[in-house]
Ligand binder design. Structure first.
Ligand code: ZN
Length: 545
């Protein structure tokens, strides 16, 4: 800014009063960067209505009060530019994908990988940032702000701020009933107030992250032990495929009209048709699904400070290992063997540290051949992670066409987006079926099982929503209804009444079931195991053999 004022001749720079500029910035933020907020407000407050009009006056007054407060020499320009840039970036995601930027969304953004974030920085995003962020910021940078002499400004601004706050308060009080009931019924409204909500949530995230640094992990299942080895003496081997962004709606195993699971359909798998996720994002769901806590009592903090399924298995003497092909295990694999495919960046499967899920199959055979005792391997897929669905599968899986071969979803028709997404599900079908084939091929040496659960679903344009990460209370079923597939080898299968199991497949299941189902499959006894949450317990004819 300083260099600009030296480089630009003073005469050419328009002069503007600090209060006038504050009011313009407030108006810009309230109107231009809040399209999503206003479209919701107009719907919920039945526009055209007095309530909408008064809400506009009230919010403008509040924003103006904040801007005038910050219109202090040297602070004005950086503060306004920062607000505008944040609001511009957030409005792009809110207006284009229907994203709500809450604490979990900020956590996802903070924990994402460069390649994943890169897919969101499209030409559309850059154009939006130029138009709604850079251009107004340049205008602010170029003008000369006139401040009154300090004592006069202080008095003047205090009076003005009090007046603005008085307008905001009286408008709110006059409509308190309408506003309160609307906010209570439609919690997504306040959550889209830009940039207030994102900034508020970023501060909350920062505070929580600071507090999380001192977490001491508490032991869990200290009494865990394998009840008995298999009768044959073969090791029990369970592969948990932690799916990514697969929604149940597009699984033909669950009734989707398109054949997206042709290979699994030929395997002897069980598909649980009514399974819900713990969260709508990787950062929430992944630690939650491996946690002992059910969704009803799970918190991010509890997940961090308590050992998880993999720790309990390790205590029981089961070898637990994690293969990562996504944005990290979110702390779940902190205490076990861990391999990251993006770090290895094998050129046969990976480009710019992003790898097709086939990379896991490539080494699974050797891993299985090296198994010595009871083992659990988690494969965290890249799955169907958007928006670049077309990069999630090799060319020979382009079965549904025409595809959307860009991360700029706005440039594709809904059908193209669905085609591309379905191809990624088709590839996951191949991955899962191949895992099963590999376990089957080693049936003489191990008692195998595979559990597949996606971490959350995905919106593909329904109700104007794209991607995932909606706050759970307003999340559409596309984001929370997930596929859950189970395959067991003959030995484990023999201990389960198959007719009984088939009869339970439509019962409600969720991520709450993973912890206990896997302990049951591995025949681990511990006081933290709850048979009621083991998806197989009611149909077990005897302790797993
Ligand atoms: Zn995810």
């Amino acid at each position: 800014m300083e260099s600009l004022s030296i480089a630009t001749p003073r005469v050419l720079r328009p002069v503007i009063g600090s209060v006038t500029l504050s009011l313009i910035v407030a108006l810009y933020l309230v109107s231009v960067t809040n399209r999503t907020f206003w479209s919701k407000a107009m719907e919920y407050l039945a526009a055209p209505s007095t309530a909408v009009f008064l809400l506009g006056i009230g919010l403008f007054s509040l924003f103006a009060a904040i801007c005038v407060t910050a219109s202090v020499k040297y602070l004005t320009k950086p503060f306004f530019i920062l607000l505008i840039m944040i609001a511009a970036a957030c409005s792009r995601f809110m207006d284009t994908f229907g994203t709500i930027i809450d604490v979990d969304m900020i956590r996802n953004a903070a924990e994402t990988t460069g390649s994943e974030a890169g897919h969101l920085l499209t030409a559309g995003f850059l154009a939006h940032m130029f138009l709604f962020g850079i251009v107004p910021s340049l205008l602010i940078a170029v003008v000369r702000i006139k401040h009154r002499p300090f004592p006069q400004k202080f008095k003047h601004n205090i009076v003005l701020i009090l007046c603005l706050l008085a307008v905001f308060t009286s408008v709110s009080i006059a409509n308190v009933r309408t506003f309160a009931s609307t906010i209570r019924q439609h919690r997504d409204l306040v959550a889209t107030l830009n940039p207030v909500a994102p900034i508020f949530n970023a501060v909350r995230f920062g505070l929580a992250t600071g507090a999380d640094k001192n977490v001491a992990v508490q032991p869990l299942g200290t009494d865990a032990r394998v009840i008995a080895p298999t009768q044959s003496g073969k090791p029990r081997v369970t592969i948990i495929v932690a799916g990514e962004t697969a929604r149940a709606e597009n699984f033909s195993l669950g009734g989707y009209a398109r054949q997206t699971n042709p290979l699994l359909a030929r395997q002897d798998v069980q598909y649980f048709t009514d399974t819900s996720s713990c969260g709508t994002s990787t950062a929430v769901s992944l630690p939650c699904m491996f946690s002992v806590y059910p969704r009803s009592s799970y918190t991010h903090r509890k997940g961090l400070e308590t050992e998880n399924l993999l720790d309990v298995l390790t205590r029981a003497g089961v070898k637990a290992e994690w293969w990562e092909n996504n944005t990290g295990s979110k702390g779940v694999a902190d205490r076990i063997a861990y391999t990251s495919f993006s770090d290895i960046n094998d050129p046969r499967f990976c480009k710019n540290n992003e790898c097709l899920d086939g990379v896991a199959l490539d080494r699974l055979g050797a891993w299985l051949d090296g198994v010595k005792g009871d083992s659990v391997l988690v494969i965290h897929q890249l799955g169907s992670h958007g928006p670049a669905y077309h990069l999630r599968y090799p060319e020979n899986f382009s079965r549904f066409t025409p595809e959307c071969r860009t991360a700029e979803l706005g440039n594709c028709s809904r059908q193209e987006i669905v085609d591309t997404y379905d191809n990624s599900i088709l590839y996951t079908d191949y991955i899962l079926s191949t895992v099963i084939d590999m376990l089957k091929a080693r049936g003489d040496r191990m008692a195998g099982a595979m559990v597949y659960m996606s971490d959350h679903g995905e919106s593909l344009g329904e109700r104007g929503l794209y991607l995932h990460g909606a706050p759970y209370f307003i999340a559409p079923p596309q984001q929370t209804h997930i596929p859950f597939v189970l395959w067991t080898g003959s030995e484990t299968k023999a201990g389960i009444d198959q007719a009984c199991l088939r009869a339970t497949l439509d019962e409600p299941r969720s991520h709450d079931n993973l912890f206990h189902t896997v302990l049951g499959l591995m025949n681990v006894s511990t006081k933290v195991y709850e048979p009621a949450l083991d998806a197989l317990a009611t149909c077990r004819t005897r302790a797993a053999s």
